[in-house]
Design a binder for this molecule. Structure first.
Ligand SMILES: Nc1ncnc2c1ncn2[C@@H]1O[C@H](COP(=O)(O)OP(=O)(O)OP(=O)(O)O)[C@@H](O)[C@H]1O
Length: 253
């Protein structure tokens, strides 16, 4: 069976006021694959990632042209429910950002916001999400403790559990391990391996080693343009363009 396309961007341009941050980006994401977005600082990786769940809508001067499809839905269609979109396309940020609430309430947050009231259901979903985020064993006896007492790595896995609790289909990760030590980073990378069975994952990373370890596909951005995309092994061993080669061999960026 050929893999199914989960998201696609077609001729995507993005502007912050007069500044064009993305130029004509055409990119496709297959279901249950991990795609790494790499490139030097300021090349538009995070901007692109935020287009995928309309997080940039929150920036008043911003403007989007082109099309992004999630399955067969145009996510910029004016009739689209953005809250529903962000439920389907979840996001984990660079710095763990748990709320000053208990571990349980952090995990249940998205369900409560979505109006879920059934206590047994919430309980079940919290446990399942914490298990999927590989955190359950560490927190199961202290679910009512504040999330702020967890280590940075645990907080990030809690943020992943929070994102998973609303059953997303796509998970966007913006440098999810850059604030973590090597052991916590390894745990996040192991987790990404497990999660891709169930979710389509798109990850921005500055670490080439991380991209090589976790992703199936790699997309290289430079100055707001997608330079090349392909299977991770190929991009790292036989890049088609000199800019990609210069970047992955550390000649710039
Ligand atoms: N809110 C904003 N307003 C105006 N310009 C912005 C805004 N956010 C980003 N930019 C600009 O858009 C360009 C792309 O930024 P973006 O953060 O997407 O790049 P990046 O590749 O993710 O960088 P980094 O790796 O450093 O996080 C940069 O020139 C940046 O200065």
């Amino acid at each position: 069976m050929s893999p199914k396309l989960k998201m696609t961007s077609t001729d995507l341009n993005f502007y912050y006021g007069d500044f064009q941050a993305l130029h004509n980006v055409n990119l496709q994401f297959q279901e249950c694959q991990v795609t790494a977005l790499i490139g030097p600082s300021g090349c538009g990786k995070s901007t692109y990632l935020r287009c995928l769940n309309r997080m940039n809508d929150l920036i008043p001067i911003s403007r989007v042209e082109g099309k992004i499809m999630l399955d067969d839905e145009d996510i910029y269609d004016p009739s689209l429910d953005v809250v529903m979109l962000r439920r389907r396309v979840g996001m984990v940020f660079q710095k763990p950002n748990p709320f000053p609430k208990s571990i349980f309430e952090n995990t249940a947050y998205g369900l409560r916001v979505n109006g879920v009231k059934d206590k047994a259901f919430i309980q079940h979903r919290v446990e399942e999400s914490l298990k999927r985020a590989a955190l359950w064993e560490e927190v199961k006896d202290r679910l009512d403790d504040t999330a702020l007492g967890l280590s940075g790595g645990q907080q990030q896995r809690l943020c992943i559990a929070r994102a998973l609790a609303v059953e997303p289909e796509v998970l966007l990760m913006d440098e999810p391990a850059s604030a973590l030590d090597p052991i916590a980073t390894q745990k996040i990378e192991d987790l990404i391996h497990e999660l891709k069975e169930l979710y389509t994952i798109i990850i921005v990373t500055h670490s080439m080693q991380q991209a090589a370890r976790v992703s199936d596909m790699t997309a290289f951005f430079y100055m707001g343009k997608l330079i090349e995309v392909g299977e991770t092994d190929t991009v790292f061993t036989r890049p088609r363009f000199k800019q990609t080669e210069d970047y992955i061999t550390g000649r710039f960026g």
